[in-house]
Design a protein around this ligand. Structure first.
Ligand SMILES: NC(=O)c1ccc[n+]([C@@H]2O[C@H](COP(=O)([O-])OP(=O)(O)OC[C@H]3O[C@@H](n4cnc5c(N)ncnc54)[C@H](O)[C@@H]3O)[C@@H](O)[C@H]2O)c1
Length: 337
């Protein structure tokens, strides 16, 4: 199979590239990434010499370039990870989220129509379902839960999902969608909770926790997300949505306390809450388990140890990121809260 992976220089896309080249050495992987602040060629450095891997720098919303790539490379399967992905940034500046997450998705879908493909897979998020109350632990998101978004980020991802489903219904594009809970693991950009806390502990900086820290997220080790997508593109039913999550619910405070306990130091600093902050996400993964036999392999307690060790072993990767422009962003986000 020739698989076009968009956003492969980012966190999950990068892990997916590594996963696929390891698990399916017969496949060819073509990565298209615009290399925004979140894209990092260091993430792809270990595979750049692999003859089954090719990288092209391009914006998924650039129609002419994307059409040229489809024409020349003739990908059979598209897995679209490319997105603006950080909720805080979407509150600061929603426009780029609509441009990449919605218009970029449309360009890819148009290219699929024009050139023909076997499968288009949209990597979506549980955030399209909104949030659940903290006092109803019996409630979970299923694929039937109505779309009910909170942030410009989740609204843009939900819009893209609707567009993907419309291109299937109206034009017959063979699509699938996965909606996954929060991922963690290697190559995670240090603006997100877990890598931010690890980097701050290692740099002796306070650990900024939003509000009361009681917001609940359902954490999935990134490789388990990759294995779910791999199963969906091979065996998933066209036109279907699959929720992906591992029943690993933790409050933000619990996660931060676990990192402090593991590293043996760290000082929490509660900061003003994020506007519109979702309280609880929790995925019901029954469908992907029953239909495709998917189960997560990594328990949170093991995954977090592996992740912390990766950040200890790969300091240059994240130290490069948190120098320079990222400092200005960090000050805007946490400086005066
Ligand atoms: N991180 C999570 O916990 C999580 C959970 C569920 C779903 N998702 C979804 O998974 C996908 C990947 O998330 P991530 O955390 O790896 O994001 P990320 O921000 O780490 O990476 C995004 C990548 O997309 C690239 N990109 C951005 N705009 C682009 C454009 N216009 N054209 C081409 N490339 C572009 C960036 O350069 C970067 O390499 C996203 O679609 C996100 O919505 C993420």
């Amino acid at each position: 199979m020739k698989i076009l992976v968009t956003g492969g220089a980012g966190f999950i896309g990068g892990n997916f590239v590594h996963y696929m080249l390891r698990e399916h050495p017969e496949d060819e992987i073509l990565c298209v990434d615009a290399l925004t602040y979140a894209g990092n060629m260091e993430t792809l450095a270990p595979v750049m010499d692999n003859p089954h891997f090719k990288f092209i720098k391009a914006d998924i919303a650039d129609r002419e370039t994307i059409y040229a790539i489809f024409e020349q490379e003739k990908p059979e399967v598209i897995v679209n990870f490319a997105a603006e992905s950080h909720v805080d940034r979407s509150i600061e500046n929603p426009a780029i989220f609509l441009q990449t997450n919605v218009m970029g998705t449309q360009v890819l879908l148009d290219a699929c129509r024009k050139y023909g493909i076997q499968r288009y897979h949209q990597v979506s998020t549980d955030e399209v379902y909104g949030d659940l109350p903290l006092d109803r632990p019996d409630l979970f998101f299923t694929e039937e839960t109505p779309i009910h978004t909170s942030s410009p980020y989740s609204a843009s991802k939900a819009s893209a999902d609707l567009l993907v489903q419309a291109y299937h219904r109206t034009f017959g594009v063979p699509v699938t969608i996965s909606r996954c809970s929060n991922n963690y693991g290697p190559y995670h950009f240090p603006e997100k909770l877990i890598p931010l806390m690890i980097a701050n502990v290692l740099n002796d900086k306070p650990l900024p926790v939003y509000g009361d820290g009681k917001n609940v997220r359902d954490w999935l080790y990134v490789e388990d997300h990759c294995s779910a997508i791999d199963l969906i593109i091979r065996n998933g039913r066209v036109g279907e949505v699959y929720n992906v999550g591992g029943h690993n619910e933790k409050t933000n405070l619990e996660v931060v306390q676990l990192i402090i306990a593991t590293l043996g130091k760290g000082e929490i600093q509660f900061v003003r809450d994020r506007a519109g902050h979702d309280r609880r996400y929790a995925i019901d993964p029954t469908k992907i388990h029953n239909e495709l036999g998917w189960l997560p392999k990594t328990k949170f307690e093991d995954g977090i140890q592996k992740t912390i060790q990766w950040y200890l072993d790969n300091k240059p990767w994240w130290e490069n990121i948190i120098s320079g422009e990222y400092q200005n962003y960090y000050e805007r986000m946490y400086g005066n809260r």
